[in-house]
Design a protein around this ligand. Structure first.
Ligand SMILES: O=C(O)[C@H](O)[C@@H](O)[C@H](O)[C@H](O)COP(=O)(O)O
Length: 257
């Protein structure tokens, strides 16, 4: 497998020959972090995005990775979710359940889907309250530096416009710095109503993997990690976790850096 790892100043950059190899690299990385954290703690808090990331996680539910992981300690969250019923084709929960969660023995009570009976605003408040309870009962830690929750690992994707979670370029939500979870009713990517973690929460996490494949995403990666980065910082360029950032690219996504 051809994998090149470099340090970009904005984190480790791993470039693979193909998406297939990205998926293998991501499985190895995720299993390694899971094993490191579950040796140290009784809970491992993992945040998923929607989109193509879930497909890229497919190797984690295959041998040898699936058998090496202490799934009973996993607690699973979403960095963003569309405000639709959980069985709707647009639901990030459904996407993750069908492609990943249904294949591994994570206790159902440790999978934190949104309350799909509520409005966008209500679902965001409800999710923030859920996170606060998990801080109180010790499942979720708080960053000593920021006071925001500190998730162990976020597995994120990026849109071709450089958005992450449901934080879109030029949208005021990018600047939200008080709430843990907020909502958007005018998302440029359909469907329009979503809830999303805010940047202070994203950036308080320990580890972030940013998984980006395909030529359509090369311009946003060039603008963020290229030799002369754009003066307009895209949301993806604002991602900066407390411990370690790792970028996973196929050759196409990395073709302009
Ligand atoms: O709910 C969502 O829309 C996602 O969570 C979103 O933030 C996604 O991760 C990016 O848009 C990348 O999606 P793709 O990898 O499918 O382009």
């Amino acid at each position: 497998m051809a994998e090149v790892t470099a340090d970009s100043g904005k984190g480790k950059v791993k470039v693979f020959d193909s998406e297939e190899e990205v998926a293998v690299g991501l499985a190895k990385y995720t299993a390694d972090i899971s094993n490191k954290i579950t040796k140290e703690k009784s809970s491992f808090t993992v945040v998923l995005s929607g989109g193509s990331l879930i497909h890229s996680l497919r190797k984690l539910v295959e041998a040898p990775y699936i058998d090496s992981i202490e799934w009973g300690k996993w607690h699973v969250f979403w960095v963003d979710e569309r405000v639709v019923p959980k069985d709707h084709v647009d639901s990030n929960y459904k996407l993750a359940y069908d492609g990943f969660l249904s294949k591994v023995p994570i206790p159902p009570g440790q999978v934190y889907a949104i309350n799909d009976a509520l409005s966008a605003e209500g679902a965001a408040d409800d999710y923030e309250t859920c996170l606060k309870h998990l801080v109180t009962n010790g499942v979720l830690q708080v960053s000593a530096k920021t006071g925001f929750p500190k998730f162990d690992l976020m597995l994120l994707g990026m849109g071709p416009d450089g958005h992450v979670a449901s934080l879109f370029p030029g949208h005021p939500l990018v600047k939200e710095n008080k709430k843990w979870v907020t909502f958007i009713k005018d998302s440029p990517k359909p469907p329009p109503e979503r809830i999303t973690f805010t940047f202070p929460v994203i950036n308080s996490s320990a580890y972030i993997a940013m998984v980006v494949v395909g030529a359509g995403k090369a311009p946003a990666i060039e603008a963020t990690l290229g030799k002369s980065p754009n003066s307009e910082v895209l949301p993806v360029g604002m991602v900066s976790p407390e411990d370690e950032m790792t970028w996973f690219f196929d050759k196409q996504a990395a073709s302009k850096i």
